[in-house]
Design a protein around this ligand. Structure first.
Ligand code: FEO
Ligand code: CA
Ligand code: CA
Ligand code: CA
Length: 632
């Protein structure tokens, strides 16, 4: 079975009603045109170079589908790499060199770049477009590449090395002589691993379900796990989602209904529970409750303690993204990438305060959490997840708000929220206020004994994925919305109707990363798995890729193709829009997600191309040869 963890995760057997109605393409087309063009800007433009005020300017020449173990960008563009897995992160006095045989120790890995780069955000230093910080996620490890001998003879040192290759990194980067490089050492450089203390805040802090032998206060957790997508807050911090945390825990033979609902299995995928007792849920049943949160980091303060924001709800969080209401409150959108799980929004009680991270330290701790219901008529509702309201009572297993957020899936089941096809990244159009969310795929949709198709998830055996979007009634705090699909991904040459899609332009499958960039361009990144690629319905689609889309017309153009079996994920820009940073994750991914340590370069040797060398995740820096704005 594929070890793309989100495709393993399928634990929603709640009896929510589903809407057995296929979407009406004609109506959605109408909504699309009317909605995007008729709305006023609700967010300040993210870039100094404002958009063209209408259609985004997409000026590059599209590239063909990606083939071979190479990264390709359009004519007139250049791509370089930095901060590959294993390079020293730049922590003063502790910069051990990368060894290409897996022999770096766990302690060395703790101060080197982690594995499997994912979401990434550029934080300019003093507003600069040539010097800043990159905060990024290291989602998971391929232990076949990480260690000498891979998973063979697993031991405590290997588990610690895997834990130290997870987490986050903050690094400093600078462009000198036209080339971006890491600044080493840097006073900002940090790694966050499974040993880093995180403060728990919000309604689950100190809750009985959060207390463990090592932390009787239930308010201090060591580490963050499986961090996937990223975002920046308007107050200058970094948000990261803890995604498939449950695959790190072993549940034994008697798994509780609560942990079963969250996908716990007998054995963890990484064997951590055999060497680190806190991942053995038969011994420490509450430890899994301490993961699945959105974490917030202040990259500008290297002494700051990162925070788990429990008011935003627990989920297999892809990430979290912020819009701002006209009166200055934050609205946090998030989803959970698992089959048949949900999309959330949180509206803060208070307004964003001037004064940056310190002034907004408690902002995300107070407010109301909602889960989305997409109705068949193109309308939707945000259902409040407030203890004591509707079905969320003590009698139903929700004794307090802490229990509601820890059991957010069960609460969403009870509220009748819509079960989605794996919500991945979200992004908000700074011009129109429409919110976009990738639904990457769901092969179980409409299969026997599985939820059927509904208006928002209209394709059975959805191998290709879709992008859904909605516009709130009034402001971002609206509790009703209009929705439609930007696109259903696929290849019109496919025989199966559900795999053809309706892409206007270059074809792709399994949209995952998505973000608005300079000039109002919607950037789309893809993550088809090694088990799917290059054959059958995916034959003509090629390597995973990044495309530029005009959200008003849906017109889509291929911009970047990655090396063999990689995922393209995470994108961020300098304020001037002239440098793009993109993460390439798991080049050479194997169908099992575990490389053979005897042939680490079997599928890819990107980016070093050393004989029998290891493929490495890395950050790619894209510039235009003429120094222009990316995408134009
Ligand atoms: Fe980590 Fe849902 O991708
Ligand atoms: Ca993803
Ligand atoms: Ca992937
Ligand atoms: Ca994915």
């Amino acid at each position: 079975m594929a070890k793309d963890f989100s495709t393993m995760e399928d634990s929603n057997r709640s009896g929510n009603p589903t809407i057995h109605e296929v979407s009406d393409p004609a109506r959605r087309l109408l909504l699309r045109g009317a909605g995007v063009l008729a709305t006023a800007p609700l967010l300040a433009p993210l870039f100094g170079c404002a958009t063209t005020g209408g259609a985004p300017r997409i000026g590059f020449k599209a590239i063909p589908p990606g083939v071979g173990d190479t990264l390709v960008v359009p004519e007139g563009y250049v791509a370089t790499t930095l901060a590959a897995w294993g390079e020293p992160a730049g922590i003063a006095g502790n910069m051990p060199a990368w060894k290409d045989d897996g022999s770096n120790t766990a302690a060395e890995q703790a101060v080197q770049m982690g594995m499997h780069h994912d979401g990434v955000e550029f934080f300019p230093l003093a507003g600069s477009s040539t010097r800043g910080l990159l905060a990024m996620n290291h989602e998971y490890t391929d232990d076949g590449l990480l260690h000498v001998g891979g998973f063979n003879n697993m031991n405590a040192e290997k588990v610690l090395k895997s834990q130290n290759a997870h987490g986050l990194a903050v690094i400093e980067v600078q462009m000198t002589g036209g080339r971006w490089q890491m600044v080493r050492p840097s006073r900002y450089a940090r790694r966050f691993t499974m040993s880093t203390p995180f403060e728990v805040r919000g309604p689950a802090a100190g809750h009985a379900m959060m207390k463990t032998g090592a932390d009787p206060t239930g308010s201090r957790v060591l580490g963050t796990l499986n961090n996937c997508a990223s975002a920046q807050t308007p107050w200058g911090t970094y948000l990261s989602g803890e995604e498939n945390f449950m695959f790190y825990f072993g549940g034994g033979d008697n798994i509780s209904a609560h942990h079963r609902r969250w996908g716990m299995r007998k054995d963890g995928f990484y064997q951590w529970e055999k060497f680190d007792a806190r991942f053995d849920a038969t011994k420490e049943a509450n430890e899994p409750n301490r993961f699945g949160w959105v974490v917030e980091v202040d990259p500008m303060d290297p002494t700051s303690t990162p925070i788990k924001r429990t008011a935003l709800g627990r989920a297999a969080h892809e990430g979290a993204w912020i819009a701002v209401t006209k009166d200055g409150r934050a609205v946090v959108y998030s989803g959970e990438d698992a089959r048949f799980e949900y999309i959330y929004k949180f509206i803060t009680r208070d307004r964003i305060a001037p004064g940056g991270a310190k002034a907004n330290r408690e902002l995300l701790d107070h407010g109301t959490l909602y889960v989305a219901r997409f109705d068949a008529d193109g309308r939707g509702r945000w259902l409040p997840m407030a203890q004591g309201q509707g079905p969320l009572t003590a009698a139903n297993g929700f004794a307090d708000q802490g229990e509601v957020v820890i059991k957010a899936r069960q609460a969403s089941d009870a509220l009748g929220a819509t079960k989605m096809d794996r919500p991945e990244w979200l992004t908000i159009d700074p011009n129109s206020g429409w919110v976009y969310c990738t639904l990457t795929n769901n092969s179980n949709r409409g299969q026997p004994n599985m939820p059927g198709v509904d208006a928002a998830n209209p394709r059975a055996n959805n191998s290709m994925g879709s992008i859904i979007r909605w516009k709130e009634d009034g402001d971002f705090d609206g509790l009703g919305f209009a929705w439609n699909h930007l696109v259903h991904a696929g290849d019109p040459a496919n025989a199966r109707a559900e795999a053809k899609g309706n892409i206007n332009g270059d074809i792709y499958a399994c949209p995952d990363g998505i973000a608005f960039g300079p000039m109002g361009v919607l950037w789309i990144q893809t993550d088809a798995h090694a088990t799917q690629m290059y054959k059958g319905e995916f034959e003509r689609i090629g390597n995973n890729q990044m495309l530029a889309c005009d959200p008003a017309t849906g017109q889509t153009r291929r911009f970047l193709t990655g090396p063999t079996n990689c995922e393209v994920t995470g994108v961020t820009f300098t304020p001037d829009g002239r440098t793009m940073f993109v993460n390439i994750q798991h080049p050479g991914e194997t169908p099992s997600d575990r490389s053979d340590p005897a042939s680490p370069g079997r599928f890819s040797r990107w980016p070093d191309f050393k004989p029998n060398g290891r493929p490495r995740s890395a950050t790619v820096v894209v510039r235009k040869l003429d120094g222009g704005i990316i995408g134009t």
